[in-house]
Every structure is written in structure tokens, then in C-alpha cells.
Design a protein around this ligand. Structure first.
Ligand code: DX5
Ligand code: ZN
Length: 221
């Protein structure tokens, strides 16, 4: 099977929020494939970011697919609001602290017309997501503990990426394997070599002088 295309998804968490529309335009004009939006509630993770209103604002400024990463409790309750705000894919966490019924939430995401994603924290074993892989469009392997941008990549998470690739090959599936946290040119290459095809990056794009060059370096161009 042809390997999935490499997609770069800048995470606006690291963007200049006083200039959000301009940041979104710049990321799109620089070759971003998707935009990644990190939603944090101060409960599931120890930080608070933004909600559906900001997703709606980003939606008005780009045609790129919006990849919404919910790091929140009771994600099931909020799925319709993020869909209405313009999400194209919605990723939820598998950990019990996320407090939702995983298969039911994944079905609700698909029923809302979005791509369904499932994510796992560094401390969570691959076995926790494996039973659901047939029902998701995307597996998001966290390569840092979620909550903050700018953390160091954890190379030991590549074991999970490899296992996801083995699963994808065995099932002849189109599952996207996404990595998020500490992604730069070097860790992007390592992730791609292990089977990842979607690269989320905040700091290495939005803190770069040249977004296009940063995005191309992530793709290995
Ligand atoms: C971390 C978020 C990431 C974050 C990545 O909790 O899920 O998407 O924005 O930021 P960098 O690329 O700076 O590690
Ligand atoms: Zn994220």
C-alpha cells in the first residue's frame, strides 16, 4: 500500500494571539496542511487554553482542515459545540480521567460528520487504544505530557508509533498516526521513520522566523 502523505499541522497554542488571524493566514500561506487546536480545561490537564469561540474565529480565517485536540473532561458533552465551531476532526483522550464513554464519543464524533481521533498520554500503554483503532480515523500519540507547549520530545514514545504502524499495515488501514509535542526537524524525522504521518508542531513553527522553511524542514524537504 502507498504510505500515507506527510501532513504538517501547526498548533496555534504557540501563535501570537494578539494577531491570531494574521498567524493563521501566515501558516496557511506557508504550506500548512491542517491547523491543530489544543483545548484544555484545567482539569484533565493543568492548563486552560481556549474554547469553541476561538475555534470559530480561526474557522473564519482559513479553509484548512481544523484538527481539534480535546484535553478536557466530558469531551462527549462538548463535541457538538466544536463541530458547530468548524472542527473537521476531533480527537479525545482514552484515559479514565477524561470521563467519557470512549466508543460512544467516537461514534458521536463521526455522526457529527467529523474525523474521529483518539489520543493517549505518555504514561498510557498502547493496549489502552488498540481495541478502538478500527473505529478511529486518527491515533494521536502524545510525545510530551499534555498541557503545555515547548516541552522536550520523549523518544520512548516511538514504540507506540511503531505498534500503531504494525496495526495499520496488518489491517490494511488508512489510519493516520499523529505525533504531538516537541516536534522539530530531528524529532519529525524520527517520528516519520517509525510510521507517523501527521506532525503537530507549535514552537518549532510559530517561534521560527520563516514558517515556510520550518514546515518544509518538518517534512524533510
Ligand atoms: C501539548 C499540546 C501540543 C502543543 C505542542 O499539550 O497538545 O499540541 O501545542 O507544542 P510544541 O510543539 O511547542 O511542543
Ligand atoms: Zn495537541
Amino acid at each position: 500500500m502507498t504510505p500515507p502523505r506527510i501532513l504538517v499541522a501547526p498548533s496555534i497554542l504557540a501563535a501570537d494571539f494578539s494577531n491570531l488571524a494574521e498567524e493563521v493566514h501566515r501558516a496557511e500561506a506557508s504550506g500548512a496542511d491542517w491547523l491543530h487546536l489544543d483545548i484544555m480545561d484545567g482539569h484533565f490537564v493543568d492548563n486552560i487554553s481556549f474554547g469553541p469561540a476561538v475555534v470559530g474565529t480561526v474557522r473564519k480565517h482559513t479553509k484548512l482542515p481544523l484538527d481539534v485536540h480535546l484535553m478536557i473532561e466530558h469531551a462527549d458533552h462538548y463535541v457538538p459545540r466544536f463541530r458547530e465551531a468548524g472542527a473537521n476532526s476531533i480527537t479525545v483522550h482514552v484515559e479514565p480521567e477524561a470521563k467519557h464513554d470512549v466508543p460512544q464519543t467516537l461514534s458521536a464524533i463521526r455522526a457529527a460528520g467529523c474525523g474521529a481521533g483518539l489520543s493517549l498520554n505518555p504514561a498510557t500503554p498502547f493496549e489502552a487504544v488498540e481495541p478502538y483503532l478500527g473505529n478511529v480515523d486518527l491515533l494521536l500519540v502524545m510525545t510530551v505530557h499534555p498541557g503545555f507547549g515547548g516541552q522536550a520530545f520523549r523518544p520512548e514514545m516511538m514504540e507506540k508509533v511503531k505498534r500503531a504502524k504494525v496495526w495499520r499495515d496488518a489491517h490494511r488501514s488508512m489510519l493516520h498516526i499523529e505525533v504531538d509535542g516537541g516536534i522539530n526537524a530531528a524529532t519529525a524525522k524520527l517520528s516519520i521513520d517509525n510510521g507517523a504521518n501527521i506532525l503537530v508542531a507549535g514552537t518549532s513553527i510559530f517561534r521560527a522566523d520563516d514558517y515556510r522553511q520550518a514546515i518544509e524542514e518538518l517534512r524533510g524537504q
